[in-house]
Write a protein that binds this ligand. Structure first.
Ligand SMILES: Nc1nc2c(c(=O)[nH]1)N[C@H]1C(S)=C(S)[C@@H](COP(=O)(O)OP(=O)(O)OC[C@H]3O[C@@H](n4cnc5c(=O)[nH]c(N)nc54)[C@H](O)[C@@H]3O)O[C@H]1N2
Ligand SMILES: Nc1nc2c(c(=O)[nH]1)N[C@H]1C(S)=C(S)[C@@H](COP(=O)(O)OP(=O)(O)OC[C@H]3O[C@@H](n4cnc5c(=O)[nH]c(N)nc54)[C@H](O)[C@@H]3O)O[C@H]1N2
Ligand code: SF4
Ligand SMILES: [Mo]
Length: 809
């Protein structure tokens, strides 16, 4: 089962990376907010320009200082609404990610097992030829770290050009349940509220997320209010104590999956006590549940009486049994929601999304807010936070998912396909009506031999590192190695756990080495310009897609021609002459991002996610959609969607309007779901709950942050958090290296007792940033039946002393 060749390689690359970190000058001078950019004017060759931070979905803006073609300083951007000059430790060091010593600079082809440098022309030809020979077995695995133009180009290439829907992103592992939760509740994706809610609320509830480490600058908006003497209460619900818990007024420790009964229990009490918001519910909500025939995204209408009947069994006592939260604590939560005089903001992230009831629990927490009327006023908001910098902008809005089309369209709907074909000016019938494979299925089909029905043969991975982050790696990734007819193409900036199994590696330009547009957690679209050249022959991901498309066009592939016989990505100059953007030398003769963005923008009005022209974003530190043109020609953003006082699409005089309601009556849906147990539960053989996640200092697989010396020094190794009593009972010492194993695989890690996070007895936590300690060999690939998002937050595992393991084998 264990892939030893790959293991050995990962250890050695990690060592190489570690020495490159130490040798690199990857820690740049940073400028703190109180110094400000205003104090550091352009001059002496130094110029400053804005960009969103490369890391989390908070979407802070930085000012990037460039001198002699290098990024030499980073400052917090005072002009940015999101962060008002502040940054977290990753943001302050973001410039250094460009300068790890082992950047990929040349296309590499595996020949007889060895990676060999080749020219770009050859690389593009190899990819185009594989697609030409078998377009339907080609797949793209993309990312919430794709820029909007990158994702849009990949989307158009696949769905408009190849008629192939096998394109799915890492956001499937991240935001899919949030999306289905929004669709099931409001009929349209993404939060109604925005970050301003955090400035206005009286209570913040975190439902199993850890914003103190994962959305630090956003979280500081809450803690800063406290330090100014404002009264804002923080209630942290989680399965372990974290840095968020340290800042909380109340910590409620729940069992894994406990969020479902807690939400049901709050609604039960609101109904039983008769103190829900009757008028809001009567005017703006319906009740909903799955039909008896099975689970479905939109479910079927049920009456309020039926809702009452079904929720009756979620008494505080029953909820205590299922969730571990005491009767009194549940009553405290219900009383808060029953109070119309306070404003409550709920925040959640992966604890609720990476969940086999992910769609269900998302809709339930929206339901708590709707039933109690804590919705749509500044500070009253159910807010799902996004993790990646453009999971919203690129994945959810551009629709780079196997079933979706841009602007909230889906491939299954004939009128949506037709509209897309018209915007793309491609022949009618070009877009395939059958959804492609979602991530887990896509990799299953790729790592399964063709003779067993594994019908994905060529996969192009862009801006993501699935060799480390897919769940259950032994099943979904490592099995690729012996399959000679499968071909893995990886666009990357550094050697990774994924490039290790790649057949072709394409060196990418990153962040401010290219133009870009991101869309953050609060519907904010953010633009930046290229500021420095990429190293060696590294090139833009959008360029790669366009160059491959053009090669296919040259080969006579019909799908790469539009209705008029022109190249589908054709860009013309003012004289009407085509600019050869497929030649990298000509790529920046025009702003390709702007062309793609303007084309994409046409898609955005159907679901009222209107975007402004590209040039508006050049001027702003991001704008929150819908952005609507005013009579005076200016563009106005929207902070509170569906609320009459702010949303331009709510009919005049209406207080609220859910204008994309799935029941077509302007109402939101309050769902009932029956509690279901987690997919795998500890037993005698595997007695511990294993939760996985992140730490402040590192971004995901550490490819970028482990090359930043200050961050790597602060958090140098993966570890397993363990409760003192569990460690004592197993005779395990602080720092001892143990084996964490499940039915799927194992991983060696040093133990951290009373560390960064503190899990309760019977529970352990492992972060996944360390590529030498692949915890995803251990995790589960069970997923939510609707969103298809896997549950990385709970499975059954055991902790074994190394000596004991040796005796056994
Ligand atoms: N520093 C840093 N910041 C990041 C990232 C990073 O890599 N590093 N990544 C970004 C990305 S893409 C994401 S998605 C976010 C993730 O941000 P978060 O979701 O905040 O962080 P995680 O560490 O993934 O989640 C761990 C938490 O899951 C909770 N949990 C476990 N089981 C359950 C359950 O059954 N129900 C509920 N409700 N909660 C449960 C536990 O309380 C645990 O503390 O962070 C973003 N920000
Ligand atoms: N155990 C466990 N696993 C998880 C999760 C968990 O909670 N627990 N969370 C899941 C979630 S929420 C997420 S979002 C995923 C994240 O998983 P991934 O997306 O796989 O992780 P990253 O490290 O962000 O990978 C991004 C890669 O892109 C490369 N890169 C950076 N810039 C560029 C660029 O401009 N172009 C190109 N081509 N490459 C670039 C980086 O070097 C890096 O290798 O992990 C998932 N996996
Ligand atoms: S909070 Fe997120 S976006 Fe802001 S500086 Fe930190 S990593 Fe960057
Ligand atoms: Mo994520």
């Amino acid at each position: 089962m264990m892939d030893s060749k790959r293991r050995t390689f990962l250890k050695s690359t990690a060592m190489a990376a570690a020495s490159s970190m130490v040798a690199s000058n990857a820690s740049l001078p940073v400028v703190y907010a109180d110094q400000g950019v205003a104090d550091l004017p352009d001059g002496d060759g130094l110029s400053w320009n804005k960009a969103p931070c490369r890391f989390c979905g908070t979407g802070c803006h930085v000012q990037v200082g460039v001198e002699d073609g290098r990024v030499v300083a980073i400052a917090g951007d005072k002009a940015a609404d999101v962060n008002k000059g502040l940054l977290c430790v990753k943001g302050y060091h973001v410039g250094g990610i460009l300068y790890g010593k082992d950047r990929l600079t040349k296309p590499l082809l595996r020949k007889d097992g060895k990676l060999t440098e080749i020219e770009w022309d050859e690389a593009i030809e190899i990819v185009a030829k594989r697609i030409y020979d078998s377009p339907e077995t080609f797949a793209i695995y993309g990312s919430g770290q794709w820029t909007i133009p990158e994702g849009y180009a990949a989307q158009k290439f696949m769905k408009g050009g190849l008629g192939n829907n096998h394109i799915d992103p890492n956001a499937r592992l991240c935001m899919a349940s949030a999306v289905t939760g929004f669709l099931g509740t409001y009929g349209v994706d993404e939060p109604a509220g925005c970050y301003d809610d955090l400035d206005e609320c009286d209570v913040v509830i975190t439902w199993g997320n850890n914003p103190a480490e994962m959305h630090p600058v956003l979280f500081s908006r809450v803690t800063d209010r406290r330090s100014r003497g404002e009264n804002v209460r923080l209630i942290d619900i989680g399965t372990r104590r974290t840095r968020t818990t340290d800042a909380a007024n109340v910590y409620l420790e729940m069992k894994p999956h406990g969020d479902v009964p807690i939400a049901l229990g709050i609604m039960h009490l609101l109904i039983e006590n008769g103190n829900y918001d009757r008028s809001f519910v009567e005017q703006h909500c319906n009740f909903r549940a799955h039909p008896e025939s099975g689970k479905s995204l939109f479910g079927e209408a049920i009456s309020e009486d039926e809702f009452r009947k079904r929720i009756a069994k979620y008494t505080p006592e029953h909820v205590e049994e299922l969730s571990g939260i005491s009767v009194d604590d549940l009553r405290m939560l219900a009383d808060l929601f029953a109070n119309p005089d306070i404003r409550i903001t709920s925040l959640w992230c992966m604890g609720m999304n990476q969940h086999t009831m992910g769609t269900a629990v998302n809709t339930l927490v929206h339901g708590v807010h709707l039933l109690s009327g804590h919705f749509g006023k500044p500070g009253d908001a159910p807010t799902s936070l996004t993790g990646q910098p453009s999971a919203c902008g690129t994945v959810r809005e551009v629709g780079t998912l196997a079933h979706a089309l841009p602007g909230g369209r889906i491939v299954a709907k004939p009128e949506h396909r037709k509209q897309s074909e018209e915007f793309w000016n491609v022949r009618e019938g070009s877009v395939n009506a059958v959804p492609g494979y979602h991530t887990v299925k896509m990799f299953d089909q790729f790592t399964k031999p063709t003779s067993d029905g594994g019908d994905i043969t060529t996969m192009f991975v862009q801006v993501t590192n699935p060799g480390q982050t897919l769940p259950n790696l032994n099943k979904l990734f490592n099995d690729k190695e012996p399959l000679d007819d499968k071909f893995l193409i990886v666009s990357e900036v550094y050697p990774t756990a994924t490039t290790e199994l790649a057949d072709l590696i394409l060196p990418a330009a990153m962040w401010v080495e290219k133009n870009g547009v991101y869309g953050n957690s609060e519907r904010r679209t953010q633009q930046w310009f290229k500021m420095v050249d990429p190293p060696g022959e590294a090139r833009d991901d959008t360029w790669m897609t366009i160059a491959i498309a053009h090669k296919l066009f040259e080969m006579g592939y019909e799908g790469m021609k539009d209705k008029d016989g022109e190249f589908i990505f054709a860009v013309k100059d003012d004289a009407g002459k085509e600019i050869p953007i497929w030649n990298f030398d000509n790529y920046y003769d025009t702003n390709v991002d702007k062309h793609l963005f303007e084309e994409y923008r046409q898609f955005t009005t159907m679901k009222h996610k209107n975007l402004a022209p590209y040039d508006e974003y050049v001027k702003a530190r991001g704008l929150r959609w819908p952005v609507v043109e005013q009579e005076d020609g200016s563009w106005r953003e929207t902070r509170f969607r569906f609320s009459g006082f702010d949303d331009p699409f709510v009919a005049e005089g209406e207080e609220f309007d859910f204008y994309h309601s799935s029941s077509k009556d302007g109402r939101a849906q309050i769902w009932f779901h029956e509690y279901e147990p987690p997919p795998e539960i500890p037993d005698d053989e595997y007695p511990m709950w294993l939760c996985t996640g992140r730490v402040l200092e590192h971004w995901h697989t550490g490819t970028m942050t482990r090359r930043l010396e200050p961050l790597n020094r602060a958090m140098p190794t993966g570890y397993v958090e363990m409760h003192m009593e569990d460690a004592r009972a197993a005779n395990i010492r602080q720092g001892e290296v143990v084996i964490v194993e499940s039915r799927r695989g194992s991983c060696e890690l040093p133990v951290w007792i009373d560390g960064r996070g503190r899990p309760p007895r019977g529970s352990i936590f492992v972060p996944f940033f360390d590529e030498t300690k692949l915890i995803n060999d251990v995790t589960l690939d069970e997923h939510c039946p609707i969103s298809k998002q896997p549950d990385y937050k709970k499975c059954a595992a055991r902790v074994v002393k190394k000596a004991a393991a040796k005796v056994k084998s």
